[in-house]
Design a protein around this ligand. Structure first.
Ligand SMILES: *Cc1c(COP(=O)(O)O)cnc(C)c1O
Length: 364
């Protein structure tokens, strides 16, 4: 059915059955949709995220950024102060959101290849007692780096701060439990490791935090509390038109995640794909941007070749013609391209990709 595989970290390659789930029209106020699909998704997501009963899930229309904006704008009140840890494009985007919304905030900046350190974060917390909330990205999709989300959670729990994690590109593909890691608010979206199609995001957070957030939102359509209350009181109803086909596809994707063996099995497939890719690319002479120890199984940045008049666009089209779409680099101070490992992609696809790359002249 597909002309090419998307080796991009969202939108990504979905299964045929996920795509087929969209071939039916759904009514937004009928029980088949609200009870059968939306409520089922909300409770399945909480179960995937944690063993604890203290969390609740709210779905929000838009791309993943809309859900980040909704969470920051609806949960960080006027009297709060937000610290943002930034080591890539998505950390920077959270700082931009805070700026746009007029949220009192400060930013702890790193370069894109630096791992955030708990010592630095602790120093920042001690230097400004007004900081009440801290936001960080889990997998920085800019580089593929996996930030120390667990260690940061332990630190923030000791300091009694609200912890907001953008786990957009890791949730469903990297195992963790929100309660175990002291994460109060977690944000992800339909088109990443759950392997659905783009159109909405979701915020899983402590129930008491959302309960006490009425009136905080800085936007009407992104008011997280109002959306949550509508879903709670009306058995899954969204406030405004919901992306019904996308939601139906996501429900199917969640069933397929269970059939695959859950997050642990999916993590293993992604990790195996990534290791196969990196090993074979190194044999061809490519180098990764990050050290092995910093890598997520989600996406890998490779330095662009310097020989043979390499041109990304040409390389991209050459691979696309053979059935693979890769991603341009996003790192500001290094010339890279990226290959995503997530989606309905298997060992045999990676092997075919390597063949296509080795047939190109760029590795010479
Ligand atoms: C994909 C992604 C987002 C959201 O991006 P959208 O383009 O708005 O869907 C946010 N944070 C991270 C870490 C991501 O990978």
């Amino acid at each position: 059915m597909n002309e090419y595989l998307l080796l991009t970290p969202g939108p990504l390659t979905t299964s045929d059955t996920v795509k087929q789930a969209m071939l039916k029209d759904w009514c937004t106020w009928d029980d088949d949709y609200n009870l059968g699909v939306v409520q089922a998704i909300r409770s399945k997501l909480v179960t995937l995220a944690t063993k604890s009963n203290d969390y609740t899930c709210t779905l929000m229309q838009g791309s993943g950024t809309a859900s980040v904006e909704s969470a920051l704008g609806s949960l960080v009140a006027k009297e709060h102060k937000l610290l943002i840890i930034n080591n890539g494009a998505y950390g920077k985007r959270m700082a931009e959101i805070a700026q746009y919304l007029g949220i009192d905030h400060c930013v702890l900046n790193y370069t894109e290849t630096q791992l955030p350190s708990c010592d630095d974060i602790e120093k920042t917390l001690l230097s400004d007692e007004n900081i009440s909330h801290v936001a960080m990205v889990h997998c920085e999709t800019t580089t593929g780096m996996l930030n120390p989300a667990k260690q940061v959670g332990e630190l923030l729990s000791r300091h009694n701060k609200v912890y907001i994690l953008d786990a957009m590109s890791s949730f469903g593909g990297v195992p963790f439990d929100l309660a175990d890691w002291h994460i109060d608010v977690m944000i992800s979206s339909s088109n990443k490791c759950i392997q659905g199609v783009p159109g909405f995001g979701f915020v899983i957070c402590k129930r008491d935090l959302i309960e006490e957030s009425q009136g905080v939102a800085r936007s009407l359509s992104l008011d997280l509390h109002a959306q949550w209350q509508c879903m709670e009181n009306n058995q899954g109803k969204w406030r405004f038109t919901s992306p019904t086909h996308v939601v139906r596809a996501f429900h199917q994707a969640l069933i397929e995640l269970e059939q695959e063996g859950g997050v642990a099995a999916r993590h293993k497939r992604y990790k195996d794909n990534q290791q196969l890719l990196v090993t074979a690319m190194r044999e061809l002479g490519f180098q990764t941007l990050l050290d092995e120890s910093l890598h997520s199984p989600i996406i890998t940045s490779f330095y662009s070749p310097t020989a043979n008049g390499y041109d990304f666009k040409e390389f991209y089209l050459l691979l696309k013609n053979q059935g693979f779409v890769i991603y341009p680099g996003k790192v500001s101070d290094a010339d890279c391209f990226r290959i995503g490992n997530i989606g309905h992609v298997f060992e045999n696809d990676i092997t075919r990709l390597i063949e296509a790359i080795s047939n190109s002249r760029y590795w010479l």
